[in-house]
Design a protein around this ligand. Structure first.
Ligand code: CA
Length: 232
């Protein structure tokens, strides 16, 4: 993706500088601020931001979690990738961050190359979503034909239940995005579908079995949820 503008919101100057340096060295344009309040000012200036890296614990009127929620209700940024940085490592905390609308998270202390890889995944996901109405999603030997609700593994059709298909599609349309069980439930619950956190795990297990050799496209994030693996 060309000319990507990343907004970094982090109050610890050392970390902020390191992230900025790393992202700039990758060719991205970077704006870095130390609080959510300053970040709001950047957005109010009308600057186009492609991706956000947000620290959870921030000084000022809003923490990173609240800022992320605010972004998700903003018409320009409701689907922009957000990577949350957090010193909170408990699954419950991380789930709250993801439920607030973060796409991915990274816990402190972290390796800059790991952050860079996560950014790359999110930007690729963004490109994928910008290719409007992509009917065929291809990941190695896995092919998903969206409109036909058809899934092929190594050119062989795999029969999925409608819930399994919905789960797979949700994941595959946003590689690198960590989905919590609540997010699966709110996305696939429908008139004829009733799912709970536990049944999500059962559906995923069934789905993996059917995907056979391609089962590893669905990654388990222990205590948190699931993520569709990035191809690279
Ligand atoms: Ca902080």
């Amino acid at each position: 993706m060309k000319n990507t503008h990343i907004l970094v919101v982090e109050d610890e100057q050392d970390i902020r500088d390191l992230i900025s340096f790393q992202m700039k060295s990758e060719g991205h344009q970077v704006t870095a601020v130390e609080s959510a309040d300053k970040a709001v000012s950047v957005l109010e200036r009308g600057e186009k931001i492609d991706l956000f890296i947000i620290d959870w614990m921030l000084p000022g009127s809003m923490n990173g979690l609240e800022f992320t929620k605010k972004l998700r209700s903003h018409k320009s940024y409701m689907s922009s990738p957000v990577i949350m940085i957090t010193a909170l490592t408990q699954p419950d905390n991380i789930v709250s961050g993801l439920d607030a609308g973060a796409d991915d998270y990274i816990t402190k202390p972290f390796d800059l190359t790991v952050l860079q890889a996560r950014v790359r995944v999110q930007l690729r996901g963004l490109e994928l979503s910008q290719k409007t109405a992509e009917d065929k999603l291809i990941f190695g030997n896995l092919l998903i034909e969206v409109s036909k609700c058809r899934v092929l593994v190594q050119k062989e059709e795999v029969t999925l239940t409608s819930t399994e298909f919905k789960i797979l599609l949700l994941l595959a349309q946003k590689p690198g995005h960590v989905f919590t069980r609540d997010q699966f439930i709110s996305n696939i619950q429908g008139d004829n579908v009733f799912v709970t956190g536990r049944t999500i795990d059962t559906h995923i297990a069934g789905l993996r079995k059917k995907l056979g050799e391609e089962a590893n496209v669905i990654e388990t994030i222990r205590g948190i949820g699931y993520r569709f693996k990035d191809e690279s």
